[in-house]
Design a binder for this molecule. Structure first.
Ligand code: C2E
Ligand code: CA
Ligand code: CA
Ligand code: CA
Length: 279
């Protein structure tokens, strides 16, 4: 008979094999996802707390594998990052989002901001700034309405290099925001040197802010920090009226979350824009 330890080891390796298989199959699928037109962008409104106006949208990548199974970006983005596929995928996201923004601007939503997620590997690519400049030129987007979301963890690797890259991006006249702020322990002394426009309070704090006083304090502190550095502050993952009321009381500028809208396809976003009173 097998020992208990042997059984645990066996099920552990089986588990690892399953994960490796899933990973490999996803990687193969992802390699062809672009040419098979399985990728789309959804857009989630970013709303001014003061008057409920939709100021911008965040572009979020969606993968319908073989036209049916939905794979979460929380699963395939880290994989794409790991195997380097994020470079071509990220370029497609940037170009598609800028084209869409240009269409909306031309349709009369002149100052709608398009926020695009940028992964670590993209941000650290030696020709990233050149790529962004080329996409801006090619798509004709007014760069003042393009915002790049960089996660806080990305900015922690090499601060001097990060500042140099952020400066070269800002020189293109676009906007920069720090995503998932509060989760990465970035040094405040560097934060004040980052040429950024916006902080995004991570949704892990927002989620429990109406029940957990610690999360409420952190959220409030991040908002105050942003204000004192003259940055816009947006809270993400806002799902309830209670969260919204508290964020308003704290002086937060913008919110994003299911309370207003989940991420939606472009035609649904157009409907939201058309019915949004202040557009
Ligand atoms: P993120 O950048 O922090 O994006 C916010 C995530 O929160 C999105 O998940 C969004 O759908 C979800 N969300 C929005 N409002 C709510 C809410 O009220 N409650 C809850 N529970 N969730 C909410 P999604 O779309 O699954 O994306 C997950 C992550 O995948 C993103 O986190 C981002 O890190 C990454 N990602 C997605 N699209 C892209 C992309 O085009 N490029 C890169 N590099 N990363 C992407
Ligand atoms: Ca984001
Ligand atoms: Ca985020
Ligand atoms: Ca996140």
């Amino acid at each position: 008979a097998k020992t208990l330890g042997g059984n645990i080891f066996q099920s552990y390796t089986e588990d690892m094999n399953k994960k490796a298989e899933r990973w490999l199959s996803l990687e193969n699928g992802l390699r062809h996802a672009l040419e098979r037109h399985e990728l789309t962008l959804h857009y989630q409104p970013q709303v001014a707390i003061a008057n409920s106006r939709i100021l911008g949208v965040e572009a979020l990548l969606r993968w319908h594998r073989d036209g049916q199974t939905f794979i979460s970006p929380a699963e395939f983005i880290p994989l794409a990052e790991e195997v380097g596929l994020i470079i071509p995928l990220g370029e497609w996201v940037l170009r598609t989002a800028c084209l869409q923004a240009k269409l909306w601007h031309d349709a009369g939503f002149c100052d709608l901001v398009m926020a695009v997620n940028i992964s670590a590997r993209q941000f650290q690519h030696p020709e990233f700034t050149e790529l962004v400049a080329a996409v801006i030129k090619e798509t004709g987007i007014d760069p003042r309405y393009l915002e790049l979301e960089i996660t806080e963890s990305v900015t922690m690797h090499d601060a001097e290099k990060t500042i140099a890259t952020l400066n070269s991006l800002r020189a293109l006249n676009l906007q920069l925001s720090i995503d998932d702020f509060g989760t990465g322990y970035s040094s405040l002394s560097y934060l004040k040197r980052f040429p950024i426009n916006k902080l995004k309070v991570d949704q892990s704090f927002v989620r429990n802010m109406t029940t957990d006083p610690n999360d409420a304090s952190i959220t409030k502190s991040v908002i105050l920090l942003g204000q004192s550095l003259n940055l816009n502050v947006i809270a993400e993952g806002v799902e309830t009226a209670e969260q919204l009321a508290l964020l308003k009381q704290y002086g937060c500028d913008e919110v994003q979350g299911y309370f207003f809208s989940k991420p939606v396809p472009h035609n649904e976003l157009e409907r939201l824009l058309t019915s949004n009173p202040q557009q």
